[in-house]
Design a protein around this ligand. Structure first.
Ligand code: ZN
Length: 237
């Protein structure tokens, strides 16, 4: 049993190393997703601004079309003005022209406002596009680094898996099963040292008679408190 327990301890060290690497791997994957998300967010913002600009331009064109209509109205009224016979009719046309000119002035004012807004928005979009380009370049560099990290971890994990396979083969399958079940229930630590009278897994004191079995090393001894497998190093006691 003693030899098996030391092999199990070795296996556990490998498993803990693998757990650590997998955690590291997941962190890198999360980083990668976060980099993609940042670029996507900036891209969506630029697209939204572009839609805003298109709408603004459309509104401006509508106003410009209205302006042309008012110009036509004024021109027509002016033609009619020349053919008018009565004072009453004349006043009505003057009133029409005045109203149309007023409207025209308002439209021109609105068009100027839209033009100013368009210019501002276009400048904002240009700045965002520049930012987006440098963000994309930046992210590409960082993603390449993360990718290198992932490849390194995958190579290490492959080496660990090979070492784990060799170690696992040297231990009876039934013991491996118990070890794995315990690991799941005990935060990855299934086998611990009994040291200076206590379990190094839960730090509780161990009954002295338990040490006799431990030193004999014939049977599997579990900590009565945390149920982890115990092993003892004779030279340390
Ligand atoms: Zn314990």
């Amino acid at each position: 049993m003693r030899k098996n327990l030391f092999m199990l301890e070795e296996l556990q060290e490998l498993d803990l190393k693998i757990d650590g690497r997998q955690g590291e791997r997941q962190a890198l994957l999360d980083q990668m997703a976060e980099l993609d998300r940042q670029v996507e967010e900036a891209r969506i913002a630029v697209d939204a601004k572009r839609s805003e600009l298109a709408l603004l331009e459309e509104e401006k064109q509508g106003l410009e079309a209205n302006l042309i209509t008012e110009d036509d109205n004024i021109a027509r009224s002016e033609v009619r003005q020349k053919e008018i016979k009565t004072q009453k009719e004349y006043q009505a046309v003057v009133k029409e022209i005045t109203a149309a000119r007023k409207l025209k002035g308002e439209l021109e004012e609105q068009i100027l406002q839209k033009s100013a807004q368009s210019e501002e928005l276009a400048a904002d979009i240009a700045a965002r596009e520049t930012d987006l380009n440098s963000l994309e370049e930046n992210m590409a560099t960082r993603k390449a680094e993360v990718q290198d990290g992932l490849e390194r971890i995958d190579r290490e994990l492959a080496a660990d898996a090979a070492a784990k396979e060799t170690t696992t083969k040297a231990i009876p399958a039934s013991l491996i099963k118990r070890y794995q079940a315990l690991r799941e229930r005990r935060q990855g630590i299934a086998i611990v040292e009994a040291r200076a009278g206590s379990c190094s897994g839960c730090n509780m004191n161990l009954p002295p008679q338990l040490y006799n079995s431990l030193f004999r090393g014939d049977d599997l001894v579990l900590c009565p408190h945390c149920q982890r497998m115990l092993l003892v190093r004779q030279d340390v006691q």
